[in-house]
Design a binder for this molecule. Structure first.
Ligand SMILES: Nc1nc2c(c(=O)[nH]1)N[C@H]1C(S)=C(S)[C@@H](COP(=O)(O)OP(=O)(O)OC[C@H]3O[C@@H](n4cnc5c(=O)[nH]c(N)nc54)[C@H](O)[C@@H]3O)O[C@H]1N2
Ligand SMILES: Nc1nc2c(c(=O)[nH]1)N[C@H]1C(S)=C(S)[C@@H](COP(=O)(O)OP(=O)(O)OC[C@H]3O[C@@H](n4cnc5c(=O)[nH]c(N)nc54)[C@H](O)[C@@H]3O)O[C@H]1N2
Ligand code: SF4
Ligand SMILES: [Mo]
Length: 845
């Protein structure tokens, strides 16, 4: 919009007057005390939970005259001390997004494809659910219920009903979560070493040295409001170091930033361990010491295991001999393209602060990521920071009650088919997918598209997806376009159109989890666990329903009408209101009762009598307060009682991983070496069981594709759900190196100069699988040789703000998943996206 100068001033004056009371601006005001200078109308703070990222913050939403006008952290929450992050405020725009889906719809164009207009027409919930029930009855009739697939993205505790139990009642093994396109690799770091499959918590109040490694806790990852509040304390008490090829938000505040060459993090971790051992800086209380008290760890020298008296760890000397002894900082500096002295300095300062130190590391979704995170997390063990005050820990849980069992309602048709192999091919020879170090226990989300296309192990006939958009959020997403076009009947439960919705036969509009639905979620941060409520805070404006509960109920009703009443009987009989004992009679009552049932332990004074955390006195109290905090985490329990590993020790030599890998090899009548070869790891022999460096696997020859592509989240990404919010574009430059209203690829100015690229030029970025054009942003905060692209834009089907032309399916910006090859960290089944595994070439257009 071009405005002449005079008019601009006039418009400016008017805009200034509006800004004084504008809810748009006030929505971003950071006042803890409450409504700030919001209009005088009376209102009420109603507790809820944000799921804009995996922090799952207890929040409150201020409601005036039935309108949600402001968001803040729940004042009672110990996870965020009453604050939410900037993304929390975006909830307001999500609710009032003009492009929300307002009614169920069905497809009238039978052809499916990225450029095929589905020609959706509105239908009733009754017709929609009736059609879905028919499809499921048909599968039952033909005894092929396993050809039903349920896919989920984000979820609440109630996913147990819709995602966990419903498929088993219908009779399919195929409930597929998004976890393996999310962060599963990360969990292997603590799984292989200390038997913990999950995310860690950090004692920032007492920490003196924090390394943020391949993550940016001030803007993404898992406890942002807490990290933002506590980072200054760490900076005052000690130091913060960041290891990331680009200067992220945390790096901008840190004392050290190591701009590492993507994918080489394992080398630096290994060299740090070498340095710590050679210099006698390991934690003797945790790891033990040489029997004669003399340090025998010297570069290049093998150590006799018998000379070392190991305490709470397993295999330190083996690890040294197998991997560490030759790999010093000079070696790693070359490998990782960084300064040797910086590696040594960080290792030294980190160990000097121990055990009041910790490495906070990211998912490291790279084809060889499992061994990288093992090497990184091993450092947390080496200095005794794990389970230590001022260090890191597994964190606290929160009270919840069990869901009623479904088993006695499951019939023979269902029982016959739930045991069939899963569609994602987990546990096959080349896909160990060892969720918790057990072969075949992890999901392989992104491989489902391949399996559907190959009909291996069989074809999928009916699918439901909710809270997910795999055609956009997965690498080489074009495979999902083909796969979803092939599935004969697909139902998508979402509040917005998306790339995946384009392939739906039926669209069921979802009530928003944060303001319109009933549920609870549990999470942890700041050394506390919490259970937090999700409840309606505004009246539903459209004909929407809660997915996990209400859709289950409506489907059960329809199946009953068609002669299969087991599901209805299960829900009706078992999900009674715990306060009144009444059976549910409609979908909303079912949603409410399920929520009460799940959270009963948290609010029922009879059941929480002995609880050491917050105590509520009834359901209404829970609704009003919204959160129950656990007691604070107590450190050193594992030091005393042992770790849940094979050896009960912290394992530098992982008997836990070894058991898994050997079981996998045995199942396929082969050796671990062969498994390593087929799954693209370099380790052979015993190395497969210790943290070690693997050179980065890369797609594209360096001469042809000289740049390493890395990918990060915006601090405004509500996972994939901010794309149609105008504030997302308006405030984008809150990410270092980014600009408002645009989608840019960040390049180092030195690189750009050589290619004749200026700031703002359009460039073509080409990988081995395709090209995309995007605007260049020159910025010193990116390591030379690296191209950094924020994830989240490039939607062709998300709404008017997300695309350049929604009607013509023209994207705004570029979704780099389209040029990132489909590859995996096969130990965990995780999709690769970090570590520069995509080589690209960049040309000015
Ligand atoms: N703001 C925001 N926060 C979120 C989310 C969100 O959408 N937005 N989503 C939540 C979810 S679902 C998840 S799983 C977590 C994920 O949390 P993170 O994985 O921590 O988030 P990303 O931004 O994807 O982190 C990737 C980081 O790794 C860096 N990186 C890439 N390759 C390399 C490498 O080879 N070496 C090193 N050292 N660094 C590398 C990138 O520059 C970037 O800073 O975040 C959660 N928090
Ligand atoms: N290149 C690249 N790819 C990535 C990432 C990255 O950093 N870079 N991040 C990855 C990560 S960590 C994750 S977790 C995945 C996430 O990817 P997915 O699991 O596919 O989920 P999203 O894209 O966040 O959201 C999917 C849909 O949820 C719908 N939705 C929003 N609110 C609600 C609600 O209240 N109820 C229901 N039923 N639906 C709702 C929206 O319409 C949206 O289309 O993406 C991964 N993909
Ligand atoms: S986006 Fe994440 S950190 Fe921010 S308020 Fe929501 S849950 Fe908390
Ligand atoms: Mo994620």
């Amino acid at each position: 919009m071009r405005i002449k100068r005079r008019e601009f001033l006039k418009a400016g004056a008017a805009a200034g007057a509006v800004a004084m009371t504008s809810p748009t601006l006030n929505a971003f005001a950071q006042t803890r005390s409450g409504a700030g200078n919001m209009s005088e109308a009376a209102g009420e703070w109603i507790p809820n939970t944000c799921q804009g990222c995996t922090t799952w913050c207890p929040i409150e939403i201020f409601v005036q005259n039935g309108r949600a006008v402001k968001v803040r952290g729940n004042q009672l929450s110990k996870a965020n001390d009453g604050y939410c992050c900037v993304r929390g405020h975006l909830i307001l725009q999500q609710i009032y997004d003009p492009d929300r889906i307002k009614t169920p719809m069905k497809r009238t164009n039978p052809k499916k494809g990225r450029t095929e207009d589905p020609k959706f027409v509105p239908i009733s919930w009754d017709e929609a659910m009736d059609t879905i029930a028919d499809k499921i009855m048909e599968l039952r009739k033909n005894n092929e219920t396993h050809k039903f697939l349920l896919m989920r993205g984000r979820y609440s505790d109630h996913n147990q009903i819709f995602y966990g139990d419903l498929p088993k009642m219908i009779g399919t093994p195929n409930n597929i979560s998004h976890s393996a396109i999310c962060a599963e690799v990360e969990k292997m770091g603590s799984m292989a070493t200390e038997g913990f499959w999950g995310y860690r918590d950090y004692d920032l109040d007492n920490m003196k040295y924090l390394i943020a490694w391949a993550c940016d806790p001030l803007s993404s990852n898992r406890q942002i409001p807490n990290a933002i509040r506590k980072i200054n304390k760490v900076l005052e008490n000690g130091k913060v170091a960041v290891i990331d090829p680009r200067m992220n938000n945390t790096a901008a505040k840190a004392q050290e930033w190591m701009p590492i060459k993507p994918g080489t993090d394992g080398a630096v971790a290994i060299a740090m361990a070498h340095y710590i051992l050679v210099n006698g800086l390991w934690n003797k209380e945790f790891c033990g010491d040489f029997k004669d008290g003399k340090n025998q760890f010297r570069k290049g020298r093998t150590v006799n295991e018998a000379d070392f008296d190991e305490k709470l760890t397993n295999g330190l000397v083996k690890w040294w001999n197998l991997e560490l002894k030759d790999k010093d900082a000079a070696w790693a500096a070359k490998e990782a393209g960084v300064d040797r002295r910086q590696i040594e300095r960080i290792a030294k300062d980190f160990a000097a602060a121990a055990p009041q130190c910790g490495i906070w590391y990211g998912p490291y979704m790279h084809p060889r990521g499992s061994y990288t995170v093992m090497a990184i997390h091993a450092l947390n063990g080496l200095v005794g920071a794990t389970d230590s005050e001022g260090g890191l820990c597994t964190g606290m849980g929160a009270p919840s009650s069990s869901y009623p069992k479904f088993d006695k309602y499951q019939d023979d048709v269902a029982k016959a088919n739930v045991g069939k192999p899963k569609i994602d091919q987990r546990g096959t020879l080349t896909m160990p997918a060892m969720g918790s170090a057990r072969p075949g226990s992890g999901v392989v989300t992104n491989n489902v598209a391949n399996a559907i296309l190959a009909e291996d192990p069989y074809d999928i006939k009916v699918a439901i997806g909710y809270f997910c958009n795999f055609n956009f959020s997965t690498t080489e997403g074009a495979r999902w376009d083909k796969a979803m076009a092939k599935v004969p009947f697909f139902v998508h439960c979402v509040p917005m159109f998306s790339e995946m919705t384009y392939f739906a036969d039926i669209v069921l509009p979802s009530a928003l989890h944060h303001t319109e639905d009933w549920a609870v979620v549990r999470s942890k941060a700041n050394l506390y666990g919490h259970i937090s409520i999700q409840q309606p805070v505004i009246e539903r404006m459209f004909d929407v329903k809660g997915t996990e509960t209400e859709v289950t109920w409506l489907l059960a009703e329809k199946l009953k009408a068609k002669g299969f009443s087991n599901m209805y009987d299960w829900l009706y009989n078992e999900y009674k209101d715990p306060e009144t004992g009444k059976n549910p009679t409609n979908s909303l009552e079912f949603a409410l009762y399920a929520t009460k049932i799940r959270s009963k332990k948290a609010w029922d004074p009879e059941e929480n009598k002995d609880y050491k955390g917050d105590k509520l006195n009834g359901w209404e109290d829970f609704r009003k307060k919204g959160v129950v905090n656990s007691p604070k985490f107590t450190f050193r329990q594992k030091w005393e009682k042992g770790f849940p590993t094979e050896t009960k020790k912290f394992e530098f030599y992982s008997e836990t991983l070894k058991k898994g890998l050997e079981a996998h090899a045995a199942k396929h009548n082969t050796t671990v070496d062969k498994v390593m070869e087929l799954t693209n790891y370099e380790a052979r022999g015993e190395k497969a069981f210790v943290p070690h460096y693997e050179t980065p696997k890369r797609h594209g020859d360096r001469r042809q594709y000289p740049f390493d592509l890395i990918d990060m989240k915006s601090r405004l990404n509500r996972e994939g759900r901010s794309a149609n919010l105008s504030w997302y574009y308006a405030f984008k430059k809150c990410d270092p190196g980014d600009v408002n209203q645009e989608d840019v690829i960040q390049l180092n100015p030195d690189d750009a100069r050589k290619l004749g690229i200026s700031d703002g030029d359009m460039v073509r970025v080409t990988s081995t699988i395709g090209s995309l054009t995007v605007k260049a942003r020159l910025w010193e905060g990116v390591r030379p040789g690296v191209a950094a692209k924020c994830y989240g834009q490039g939607h062709h089907a998300f709404g008017r703000f997300a695309s350049k032309d929604f009607a013509k399916a023209e994207p705004r910006g570029a979704n780099f998943n389209e040029i990132m090859p489909d590859d995996y960290d096969r130990i965990t089944g995780s999709t690769a996206r970090n570590g520069g595994f995509t080589g690209v070439k960049i040309e000015k257009v």
